[in-house]
Design a protein around this ligand. Structure first.
Ligand code: PLP
Length: 460
């Protein structure tokens, strides 16, 4: 690297003048940011020993960067992974009614927290509490930012400075930094473990209960299974024990469903209404797992306990905005109807229960419209989809996909990830696999186009 190399970099204002001359209607501050970013990264590259770029290339880089900056960073993803609730892609696809509700709530003012009778400040929960009561049988309900927040809030409000008994088989890590022992510590509750990793009995809970016990916690092992010599205590027995000692039972269902999934051809998971019916005093669930709504945490249960939870200062820190409330209300309303209506109106349930012929037809359509260079080939193949987000980790759903054989599936996948829409696929046995269960009909065309272009760019 020589001093001249660095001096070859033009000043930002010159690049900016050129850029403004070439691309019309670029907001000024954005154009300046783009030029500055390019100059800085080129300077770093030259200092690291790279050759100085020529002027035309610099101008092109400024233009590309500026145009990229005008776009939103949240780009559309074609989810060909077959994972229905993929956390990286925002989990659930919402019902149309929820999308409309979000649009109108976003556009203007709404009655988020307005008491119709008095005209004074009211309570946000009114928009969903009645629905949640009807759907689950709970006495009361509130909504927070997500289920991690719900668990933290419930433990803080009901057990701070006191003990919470939990089975050693349920000290779950959900992902990232959500681990039951850590959440417990954050809440100020003291964790009292009972039983063993594989087996916990009612007598273990009984032995762990003392004068300081504030609650018994059950955590649904949503994202893993313990097999073999195992046993966990049934919720009903835990509830009976809690009643005997006057201690509330908290049930963190995680991916809690509002409906029996066996109706949709999946194994039954404990539902929110089941948990309430069995007598859990407080039940927590995500809003964007099996409910398939917006990111939210739902807390259901006894009114006296919900009142304490709602009044806790963390409730304010974790409250949801009008967009979430609008989306959640509309999503919950879908579950008031019969299974067939849910299937027709909720994309998550449409994906779960799509008949195999329709998925296969989409795979065939993709296979027929993709144009690949000689070294690649496409074929329709049977595959398996999964629920995702830690829900039903055992349940593979038979599905249909398109397999692309190519010299390098990794490079193809990487190229498909960049660009718009971004394509997310799986790699299995060095083949690129596109599961069509999670790909919408209207995305097949663009998927074929992007696949064809990418394969040609790499191997034509
Ligand atoms: C997913 C999950 C959570 C966290 O829920 P988020 O809505 O993702 O915050 C907590 N507990 C259990 C058992 C879960 O499965």
């Amino acid at each position: 690297m020589s001093k001249e190399d660095l001096q070859a970099l033009p000043p930002v204002h010159e690049l900016l003048a050129e850029l403004s001359g070439r691309v019309r209607d670029l907001p000024r501050a954005l154009a300046r940011r783009a030029c500055r970013q390019v100059v800085e990264s080129e300077r770093a590259r030259i200092l690291a020993g790279g050759a100085p770029p020529d002027r035309a290339r610099l101008a092109a880089m400024c233009e590309q960067t500026a145009i990229a900056m005008t776009k939103t960073s949240l780009v559309e993803v074609v989810n060909a992974t077959g994972i229905i609730l993929h956390t990286a892609f925002g989990r659930a696809c919402l019902p149309e009614a929820a999308i409309e509700a979000v649009g109108s709530a976003a556009r203007g003012y709404c009655s988020l927290q307005w008491d119709w009778d008095s005209g004074a400040r009211g309570d946000r929960d009114t928009h969903v509490e009645g629905l949640l009561r009807d759907l689950t049988g709970a006495e009361a309900a509130t909504v927070v930012n997500n289920n991690a927040g719900a668990t933290l809030l419930v433990l803080s409000a009901l057990a701070k400075g006191r003990e919470v008994v939990v089975s050693r088989g349920q000290l779950v890590e959900i992902g990232g930094s959500f681990r039951i022992p850590d959440v417990m510590k954050q809440s100020g509750a003291v964790m009292r473990e009972g039983g063993c990793t594989n087996r916990t009995h009612l007598k273990d809970y009984r032995a762990a209960i003392g004068p300081d016990t504030a609650a018994l916690l059950r955590v649904h092992p949503s994202n893993f299974r313990i097999r073999g010599f195992t046993s966990e205590v049934e919720l009903a027995d835990l509830v009976a024990l809690g009643r005997e000692h006057g201690i509330p039972v908290i049930d963190d269902l995680g991916a809690g469903s509002l409906v029996d999934l066996s109706v949709f051809g999946l194994p039954s998971e404990p539902t929110l209404p089941d948990s309430i019916r069995t007598g859990a005093d407080v039940v927590c669930s995500s809003g964007d797992k099996l409910i398939g709504g917006p990111q939210a945490g739902i807390v259901l249960g006894r009114k006296d306990l919900l009142d304490r939870i709602r009044k806790h200062p963390l409730a304010r820190a974790l409250r949801v905005c009008k967009l979430t409330m609008a989306a959640l209300e509309a999503t919950l309303k879908v579950f008031l109807e019969e299974a067939d209506y849910i299937r027709r109106n909720h994309p998550v349930y449409a994906m779960i229960s799509e008949d195999s012929d329709s998925t296969r037809a989409r795979a065939e359509r993709l296979c027929a419209s993709v144009i690949l260079p000689e070294r690649c080939s496409a074929s329709v193949a049977a595959t398996s989809s999964y629920m995702g987000s830690g829900a039903l980790p055992d349940s593979a759903m038979p599905s249909w996909g398109v397999v692309i054989a190519s010299p390098d599936a990794g490079r193809l996948a990487a190229l498909l990830r960049t660009g718009e829409p971004a394509i997310a696929a799986r790699i299995e046995a060095e083949l690129l696999l596109l599961d069509m269960r999670t790909v919408f009909d209207h995305q097949v065309g663009v998927l074929a186009e992007r696949l064809s272009v990418a394969a040609r760019e790499l191997w034509a």
